[in-house]
Ligand binder design. Structure first.
Ligand code: BGP
Length: 467
């Protein structure tokens, strides 16, 4: 048995996003998700859309009281562009939306819960998607204006700010697959959107610096889903495939935001196949000048890559460079189809320490979505989610080990506090420390919630690997 320990200042919290938790209430604009649900509700699990979710719009005082009960000291959520902007063309303000966030954020402040705030969580306003989303430079300008409005309106409520959540997911799911809008499959367009998202990010960082000048307490960063990439074998081909996979899913985002550069391997390959996005000298200068000082790391599963199985003359999708590989006998979260591999947290931590100047970071998402959790309800009516407790313990074990070796990780945010809405999966898989009964909106703390309340209070727990 080992004691796993964290320091007293460690952030214990949870993560969610505006579109997945707030509900629709008085939003002047539809996001991609609101629109998609109206068009094709059958794509969403049990046809449950984003209009109600866990109703944080009304329930935030209840949820904040629950955070206190669990001894949590921080939370990350996002501000919805479609809620606070009224006319998207002119970026005029929707005062009702602003007032909602002010009420919510003030309640967090009054309860000493630190707010980490994110500006974009997969939720492109649909009107702006119609004109090309981030393929259109005008949308980058509008995003920068939206960011500036957020900094000015909500600066007093948060010190830690983030421009995007998992930008690679928006690119991959929307431009190389069909589980986000605009559901196109086009490599060149995907690369353009990826690059333009970095430009948009950098424009927001530049606005941030103007608004907060030299205020030392304010930090800006990005939230990345880092997927340490392991080759399927020791063969040269698999190793090369894995390097490319890592370059596109991890290094591209880390290098551009932390170092202001792009990975050479990727630039060389894209140049070779005429796939480089359009860019200006000003874009590159902006990226160089606006580096971040904090990173949020979402970690669920690693990447495993193998060499392509078929030869192509030129790339039309990523399988030109690599294919995903699943280890035989991998430990899986079968409800989500994701491998469970806690060891990778240690690799993420050492990568940030050794290759990215030991930048400050925190786990901004980690968690386990499970279907039909009602199976685990005990006689008193509470869900006994021991699988989630084991999952959290194992990940924290590797995190603590890395911190002991000098990793600069400042906190752990579980996805999520109260079971929330999961895009196309809606309420299929539940992630929370707290159960949500969707029809009644009743909240009940699960066993994992009781567990984290103790850990957050004492900063430690006993750990033993299960055989
Ligand atoms: C991350 C997203 C979250 C959340 C989580 C769980 O990629 O940032 O928004 O949804 O994954 O995934 P899912 O909801 O698809 O099961």
């Amino acid at each position: 048995m080992k004691k796993v320990k964290f320091n007293k200042k460690f952030y214990w919290g949870t993560a969610t996003s505006g579109p997945q938790s707030e509900g629709f209430y008085n939003k002047p604009n539809d996001s991609n998700w609101d629109h998609w649900f109206k068009e094709e509700p059958e794509r969403f699990f049990n046809q449950v859309g984003p209009e109600l979710t866990s109703n944080v719009y009304e329930k935030y005082p209840t949820d904040i009281a629950l955070m206190k009960k669990l001894n949590l000291n921080s939370i990350r959520t996002s501000i919805q562009w479609t809620r606070i902007i009224d006319d998207l063309e002119t970026s005029s303000i929707n005062q009702e939306g602003i007032n909602f966030y002010k009420r919510y954020f003030q309640e967090l402040k009054d309860n000493n819960i630190e707010l980490f705030i994110n500006l974009f969580h997969f939720d492109m306003p649909y009107e702006l998607q119609k004109i090309g989303g981030f393929e259109n430079k005008k949308v980058i300008d509008l995003y920068a204006k939206f960011a500036k409005i957020c900094f000015e309106q909500f600066g007093e409520y948060a010190d830690k700010w983030f421009t995007f959540n998992e930008p690679v997911v928006t690119v991959h799911a929307g431009y190389l697959a069909d589980y986000h809008l605009p559901q196109v499959n086009d490599l060149k367009r995907a690369i353009t959107v990826g690059f333009n998202t970095i430009v948009a990010h950098t424009r927001a960082v530049a606005e941030f610096k103007k608004v907060f000048k030299k205020d030392k307490n304010k930090q800006i960063g990005i939230i990345l889903n880092l997927t340490p990439t392991y080759p399927a074998s020791d063969s040269k081909e698999d190793i090369e495939a894995s390097k490319f996979c890592d370059a596109i899913f991890n290094k591209f985002w880390l290098d551009s935001t932390i170092k202001g550069t792009f990975p050479k391997l990727l630039v060389d390959e894209l140049t070779k196949y005429n796939l480089l996005p359009e860019y200006t000298k000003e874009d590159l200068a902006l990226i160089k000048e606006n580096k971040i000082t904090i990173v949020g790391v979402n970690y669920y599963a690693p990447s495993r890559a193998k060499a392509p199985s078929k030869k192509m003359d030129k790339p039309t999708d990523l399988s030109f460079w690599f294919e995903s590989y699943q280890m035989p006998n991998a430990r899986m979260n079968i409800y989500r189809g994701w491998e469970i591999f806690p060891d990778a947290i240690y690799d993420i931590a050492l990568n940030l320490k050794d290759n990215y100047g030991n930048i400050e970071w925190f786990i901004s998402e980690n968690g386990m979505g499970v279907e039909n959790e009602a199976r685990f309800r005990n006689e008193q009516g509470f869900i006994e989610d021991d699988y989630r407790i084991d999952f959290i313990k194992e990940h924290l074990y590797y995190l603590a080990k890395a911190i002991d070796e000098g990793a600069n990780c400042k906190g752990y945010h579980l996805w999520t506090l109260v079971d929330n809405w999961s895009w196309l999966n809606a309420y299929k898989n539940r992630y929370g420390y707290i159960e949500l009964d969707l029809p009644t909106q009743e909240r009940k703390i699960k066993k994992s919630g009781e567990f984290i309340a103790k850990v957050a209070k004492s900063g430690e727990f006993d750990f033993e690997f299960k055989k």
